[in-house]
Design a protein around this ligand. Structure first.
Ligand code: F6P
Length: 472
């Protein structure tokens, strides 16, 4: 049976995995033979060309170090100051320094040189996320003929945002070197297909030739990622979660909790969210003292100026809401800049009357799935969800909002807080059924089945592949 080789920028560390990607993929290698390959998290002046192989909590993990300069150009530079903002349609926050592309390419080539000697001919290689788009090209140039799949965890950009990215045509050509490219949502496949079908000139002008890329050997499909909602249901009833619930109940008394949990990232729409909450309190004086908003926002990528700025903006906005509404014996919100483990989060999700998941644009957003999984079926909370998260395609029964329209979000918050128990149960039942249909195990097995149809699978997935476009 073929081995599975997972490649991602970050590899799983010891102890409980924090990010959605790590949680999802740990399970794949728990069930199937193979290994995980990626960056060790270490920076050195003279990295070894060979990967170090370690056993991490029962997983075989091969890792390489990077030089400080290459890592800066590849991670903070090209990946997170060019690709991330452009793919999230925030060109205003992009820093276009095209020389970072060389570092990005160099790191991808370094990954390939260290990975190639570890590959057996029938290994299936599954590459994750925007840091590693060129990896198939680099591996193939070293002679690898394996089946290779790529999964994009973030949204795919519209054509004009794509054209703003230096070397975008090369990146699209890199995608054509994979056998399968998976995206989160139908809208992402549609954006990709639009580019692939039209292959429009990358710059305007009569002398510019159209980009000419052959996608005939690449299958593109949406594979919306999910969580393990039943595991969250169990976690939400665990002693650690119950401890968190008791602690919070002592503080909240009978106030209802409005909860946000996000990395501190400008794509998450946090200032708009706080503004919407401010409008809720301003428009509905009866709700003051009956609600409390908790925003959990651990800092992320904080070497990048735009990430420092979003932290400052949020500090100022939370201060403004406090100054406007707080009283000696009532605080409208708490803003916590640190990460919590999954059991504590599951407790918070379960306690919350409203889960506020309002990114301006998001690949999927697993917080929405985890919130749904953690609810008490007898007394569930309400999910207020951005229609620009991939999760909006999965969860039509959420209260969906345009996160840029803070009046609309404020009104959705009011509706959520006033929603009768019957309606909350009915909506949650449909959301939980959808979260189960789109669970992480089926996500992984359906991607791997599609990448390597002959491969035996522990489960044959019956879940819907929402959209499939064979781009010829
Ligand atoms: O959302 C994309 C993503 O790569 C996730 O998969 C991951 O959990 C998150 O960003 C973390 O990003 P970083 O590795 O930059 O901290």
């Amino acid at each position: 049976m073929s081995r599975i080789v997972i490649v991602s920028n970050r590899t799983p560390g010891k102890g409980p995995a924090a990010g959605g990607l790590a949680v999802a993929l740990r399970k794949v290698l728990a069930d199937q033979e193979g290994f995980w390959f990626g960056w060790s998290g270490k920076l050195t002046d003279d990295p070894s060309p060979e990967a170090r192989i370690e056993d991490i909590d029962g997983l075989s993990v091969a890792q390489i170090d990077l030089t400080r300069d290459d890592h800066h150009a590849y991670y903070a530079g090209f990946s997170n100051s060019i690709l991330w903002p452009s793919f999230h349609l925030r060109l205003d926050l992009a820093t276009i320094e095209s020389h970072w592309y060389e570092g990005y390419r160099r790191v991808n080539a370094q990954f390939a040189r260290a990975l190639k000697p570890l590959l057996k001919p029938d290994d299936i290689v599954w590459v994750h996320d925007y840091h590693l788009i060129p990896l198939a090209t680099e591996l193939r140039s070293l002679g690898a003929r394996n089946r290779m799949g790529f999964y994009l965890h973030i949204p795919f950009p519209t054509a004009d945002a794509l054209y703003a990215i230096p070397h975008h045509a090369e990146l699209m050509r890199d995608l054509s070197r994979y056998d399968l490219v998976g995206m989160q949502a139908n809208r992402d496949v549609a954006a990709f297909t639009e580019f692939a079908d039209h292959q429009a000139p990358s710059t305007f002008g009569a002398t510019q030739a159209a980009v000419d890329i052959d996608f005939s050997g690449t299958e593109i499909a949406a594979f919306p990622i999910g969580s393990d909602p039943d595991a969250f249901a169990r976690l939400a009833a665990s002693p650690a979660a119950t401890k968190m619930i008791h602690r919070m109940r002592r503080v909240l008394a009978d106030q209802r909790l409005v909860l946000g949990v996000d990395r501190l990232d400008y794509s998450k729409g946090l200032p708009q969210r706080v503004e919407a909450y401010e409008k809720l309190l301003a428009n509905n004086p009866r709700l003051r003292r009956t609600v409390h908003m908790l925003q959990v926002a651990p800092p992320s990528r904080d070497s990048i100026k735009e990430y420092q700025e979003i932290g400052d903006t949020l500090d100022a906005m939370c201060g403004r809401v406090m100054g406007r509404f707080a009283e000696p014996d009532w605080q409208p919100l708490t803003y916590v800049k640190r990460a919590y483990g999954q059991p504590s989060l599951a407790g918070l999700y379960r306690l919350a009357r409203v889960g506020l998941v309002t990114p301006l644009r998001d690949g999927m957003n697993l917080v929405a799935h985890e919130f749904v999984g953690s609810q008490d079926p007898q007394d569930p909370g309400v999910l207020v969800l951005s229609r620009f998260a991939g999760a909006a395609e999965i969860f039509p029964e959420a209260l969906q909002v345009n996160p840029f329209d803070t009046d609309e979000t404020a009104e959705a918050l009011r509706m959520a807080l006033d929603m009768p128990l019957d309606e909350r149960r009915e909506r949650w039942g449909a959301l939980m059924a959808a979260a189960r249909r789109h669970n992480v195990d089926d996500w992984a097995s359906s991607f791997l089945q599609r990448l390597s149809p002959g491969m035996a699978s522990p489960k044959t997935s019956k879940r819907d592949i929402l959209y499939l476009a064979s781009v010829a």
